[in-house]
Design a protein around this ligand. Structure first.
Ligand code: B12
Length: 261
């Protein structure tokens, strides 16, 4: 289950806004492998034109070493955006406070819920997973370590997939939380697929822990493709994750009036 892929229902057509409503003005930045020069600026404008910006104005260009130039281009696009065709993963479970999450776990599992977290592969960016797990938390919310009914095992950075599987088995993990921040050469996708395949091999289907992956450049609609139960992207807070854990592992009895808001 990957959450609801919801599309916006209002059927609204919009265009970008720069100086006046609907004028179509956008700003784009990129780097070309050309030394800083007039020709480089012309090349940047040409690229922007080919991308549909017309007119395209190079408003900033800066040498990045001797052989590269960084540009900011400002210009008009003529495309329309139809918000009724937008597909996103909406939260399809209620957002709980730590108190509510603890109570649900206690009532449903009658033991603490164990999560094992790590940055896998060569990724050393621990700030994101720590934001979710460490007691100090993120965005004014306490992390999962603050939840009395959640046991957190944070393995830190550069954990190999076999190490992660072994530790998940040893800890009898209910959920495994993996962070991937580096996306060069699709490392985040390759590592996640390797991880989910290893868990499927190591566990019988009905015993496998919940697999959750997160990081700023993930596409939340890709859970099925990556073989995980949920993908969380930038801006995720600990309560989002705790609420999802409860929803999947310690569900509250359904109340007809409960809304996923
Ligand atoms: C801090 C930082 C570092 C620190 C990391 C320190 C540490 N202990 O984490 C240091 C200096 C070590 C570092 C090193 C490198 N970095 Co760096 N780094 C950053 C930086 C500036 C901030 C990242 C960060 O901390 N964000 C704050 C956290 C809170 O946000 P977050 O990670 O997105 O997490 C949130 C969500 O995504 C989500 N989330 C994240 N993980 C998870 C997991 C789960 C389970 C869940 C539910 C949610 C979740 O929840 C979090 C809270 O909302 C970014 C640029 C940027 N501004 O983002 C570059 C950046 C990530 N680094 C980058 C690079 C290239 C590197 C290096 C390769 C540089 C080099 N050439 O050496 C090395 C790689 C080291 C390695 N082996 O991984 C690139 C990656 C580019 C790419 N396409 O992959 C970036 C984007 C910079 C850039 N623009 O080039 N880096």
């Amino acid at each position: 289950m990957t959450g609801q892929k919801a599309s916006h229902q209002s059927g609204h057509i919009v265009r970008p806004y720069g100086d006046t409503t609907g004028d179509g003005m956008v700003q784009l930045s990129f780097t070309l492998p050309i030394p800083h020069s007039k020709v480089a600026e012309g090349a940047a404008a040409q690229l922007a034109n080919k991308m549909g910006m017309d007119p395209a104005l190079v408003v900033h260009s800066k040498p990045m070493g001797p052989d590269f130039t960084f540009f900011v281009v400002y210009g008009r696009v003529h495309h329309l955006v139809d918000t009724s065709k937008v597909e996103v993963v909406e939260r399809d479970f209620p957002l709980l406070s730590p108190k509510e999450a603890n109570a649900a776990i206690k009532r449903s599992l009658r033991r603490r819920l164990t999560v094992v977290g790590a940055c896998i592969g060569t990724d050393a960016h621990t700030v994101g997973i720590d934001a979710i797990l460490n007691i100090k938390g993120f965005a004014g919310e306490k992390g999962l370590e603050y939840y009395r009914e959640i046991k957190v095992v944070n393995l830190g950075a550069q954990v190999s997939v076999p190490q992660l599987v072994d530790r998940a088995i040893a800890e009898k993990a209910d959920a495994v939380l993996v962070s991937q921040v580096v996306t060069q050469r699709d490392a985040h996708l390759l590592n996640t697929r390797e991880m989910s395949a290893a868990f499927r091999e190591a566990y019988p289907a009905d015993k496998r822990p919940l697999l959750i992956v997160g990081g700023p450049r993930f596409d939340e609609t890709m859970a099925d493709e990556l073989g995980v139960d949920r993908v969380f992207a930038r801006g995720t807070t600990p309560a989002d994750v705790a609420s999802f854990l409860v929803h999947r592992l310690a569900p509250l009895p359904t109340r007809p009036s409960a809304k996923a808001s």
